[in-house]
Unconditional design. Structure first.
Length: 202
């Protein structure tokens, strides 16, 4: 015959350990999810800042070349080009699932490529037609306007990522919710312990 009292005592003894294990697992899962989100957000913001810096370096390098005519001024420009082309696909991969961000990013990529094409044209003008032709082309103001638009787009992309991260947070991962669950389970565990004591005295 099954000893119901013995079963009840065993269950009461195991319950607190099971509850503690459940709480520990929930906390570990929450911490891991938060850490991954923070790392991803940091990578996205870092990529945006680096790409903007590289485009700025390329523009500055070509301005220096335009003034001096010395090829060594173009080293940052030639170094920036492959790095930009490598980082843009990496950034697209990081933001998969955020269609609003991805659409805006691809629009910004078009601006960046148009800006780099314009900068390349400045180099050609300086080499083939001299300083005056290159300076006149730069002086039309379109290059400055394009760079300002790229900077604005980059700020908007920063904001879009922050909004997406906020909307994408799972209420089930809310630490306050976990604390409430922990408190309920703790009360339940205490009740089981009291049952254990009660049955052991019968």
């Amino acid at each position: 015959m099954i000893d119901k009292k013995a079963i009840a005592i065993v269950l009461c003894a195991l319950a607190p350990t099971s509850i503690v294990g459940y709480i520990a697992l929930q906390q570990t899962s929450h911490i891991s999810a938060v850490d991954q989100q923070v790392i991803r957000d940091h990578e996205i913001h870092e990529q945006l800042d680096v790409i903007l810096g590289l485009v700025t370096d390329a523009e500055t390098a070509v301005r220096g070349y335009t003034i001096t005519g010395k090829d060594e001024y173009l080293k940052p420009y030639f170094a920036a080009l492959p790095d930009i082309e490598k980082r843009l696909p990496q950034l697209e991969k990081l933001v998969q699932g955020n269609e609003v961000f991805l659409t805006k990013l691809r629009q910004t990529e078009q601006l960046i490529h148009a800006k780099l094409a314009r900068v390349e044209h400045v180099i050609m003008l300086r080499k083939e037609k001299g300083y005056d032709a290159a300076a006149e082309f730069i002086g039309d103001g379109k290059g400055i306007a394009a760079m300002d638009k790229i900077r604005l787009d980059m700020r908007q992309l920063h904001n879009l990522e922050e909004q997406f991260a906020t909307r994408g947070s799972n209420p089930a991962d809310d630490p306050s919710r976990l604390l409430r669950v922990t408190a309920i389970l703790t009360v339940f565990a205490l009740g089981l312990v009291l049952c254990n004591i009660f049955f052991s005295r019968l």
